[in-house]
Design a protein around this ligand. Structure first.
Ligand code: HEC
Length: 130
């Protein structure tokens, strides 16, 4: 946790000093912080790829993917029939209030309303979506 606090502090403070910090360094810090947050907030239900068991659908490739399309995963009707694409904005709304964004899915409520935390998790999800 101390490590995470340090990383978050570095990432947050570099927002204001971004011009002096190489963008690639900043991006790497965001992805690493996002990975830690993903492991504490999402990993107990979501594998980042197909190599491990996953209670929810695996999330590699999720940014830009049509919702409800991981082959072999038994989605709820609500998610399978939603017709939405997981854009960064949709993922933010989902992280913030998944029940409000799309009622009737099988995912238990998560309420990540801190935009910085959303940013980090999005950076990580994007890094496993290329
Ligand atoms: C308690 C378990 C649990 C946690 C924690 C959880 N999820 Fe989920 N998630 C699910 C389940 C189950 C589904 C499938 C829902 C359905 O089919 O209705 C799902 C679906 C999703 C989907 C839709 C994927 C697709 O293929 O359409 C996304 C995106 C997602 N979760 C992101 C996240 C993120 C990001 C976090 C962490 C901030 C998170 N989830 C935390 C259980 C969880």
């Amino acid at each position: 946790m101390k490590h995470l606090t340090l990383l978050l502090g570095l990432a947050v403070s570099s927002v204001s000093t971004a011009p002096t910090l190489a963008q690639s360094t900043f991006d790497r810090v965001k992805i690493e912080a996002g990975e830690m947050l993903f492991f504490s907030e999402c990993r107990r239900c979501h594998a980042p790829d197909a190599t491990g068991p996953s209670y929810g659908p695996q999330l590699d490739g999720v940014v830009g993917r049509k919702a409800g399309t991981v082959e072999g995963y038994q989605y709820s009707d609500a998610l399978a029939g939603s017709g939405i694409v997981w854009t960064p904005a949709a993922l933010r709304a989902w992280m913030e209030d998944n029940d409000g964004f799309m009622p009737g899915t099988k995912m238990r409520h998560v309420g990540i309303d801190d935009r910085t935390v959303q940013d980090f998790i999005l950076a990580y999800l994007s890094s496993i979506s290329d």
